[in-house]
Design a protein around this ligand. Structure first.
Ligand code: DX5
Ligand code: ZN
Length: 221
């Protein structure tokens, strides 16, 4: 199965967002990743449904919306209506994760769950069958451009084993510190959908950056 690459728009130039989106789309992005932060769950504030709506209008690519917010149940509908295709809620932000996931399913969106680096995959064991994609955070959420945390690699392996054990078709997405050096390790461990912000946007040549990530993982996948 080929590895999917999703640029994280957090590292894009927000003054030229539509242009940036068209550029990564032309450069070979498979989907786009949108980071929503509330200044409470994470120590940073980014964007809301209005901007997601603007992103939706600029592209046909699927949008993964990563909700780094407390009480996500209050906002999932707005983000769904704004044009999200996959909605990720953080397990650490949900008192009633099962209910939150049912809410996303009822909105007819792909159901995503995100895990902070320290959160064990056991927290998902009894709910994995309700999930389409697990987003394993390989940095502490809140900022782009942070260093990859190697301690998360065995966790990705455990998650893959649990998915296989349960005979499920759940995607493993990985977010944070992904570049041409860390990407093969992540894919080796079982990741199949890589989110990359600074590695795509910082160098300026988006096609080259996305091809480098695809080439770095082609042998491993
Ligand atoms: C971090 C975000 C990530 C971030 C990744 O809180 O969830 O999506 O944009 O950026 P890089 O690839 O630079 O670590
Ligand atoms: Zn993210």
């Amino acid at each position: 199965m080929p590895v999917k690459i999703s640029p994280s728009l957090l590292s894009a130039d927000f003054g030229r967002l539509a242009e940036e989106i068209r550029a990564v789309e032309a450069a070979g992005a498979d989907t786009l990743h949108v980071d929503v932060m509330d200044g409470r769950f994470v120590p940073n504030i980014t964007i809301g449904p209005l901007v997601v709506k603007a992103i939706r209008a600029a592209t046909k690519l699927p949008l993964g919306v990563h909700l780094m917010i407390v009480e996500p149940e209050k906002y999932v509908q707005q983000f769904a209506e704004a044009g999200a295709d996959t909605l990720y809620v953080h397990v650490e932000a949900c008192q009633h994760l099962h209910r939150n996931l049912q809410q996303i399913r009822a909105l007819k969106k792909r159901v995503g769950v995100a895990l902070n680096p320290h959160t064990p995959i056991e927290s998902l064991r009894w709910i994995l069958s309700e999930v389409d994609s697990v987003l394993v955070m390989t940095v502490n959420p809140g900022f782009g451009g942070q260093a990859f945390i190697d301690l998360t690699l065995p966790k990705i392996e455990d998650l893959r084993a649990e998915i296989e054990l349960q005979g499920l078709n759940v995607e493993i997405a990985v977010d944070g510190g992904i570049d041409a050096k860390t990407a093969p390790k992540v894919v080796q461990a079982g990741g199949r959908h890589l989110i990359a912000g600074s590695a795509v946007f910082d160098g300026g040549d988006y096609a080259r950056a996305i091809s480098a990530l695809k080439a770095a993982t082609a042998q491993v996948a």
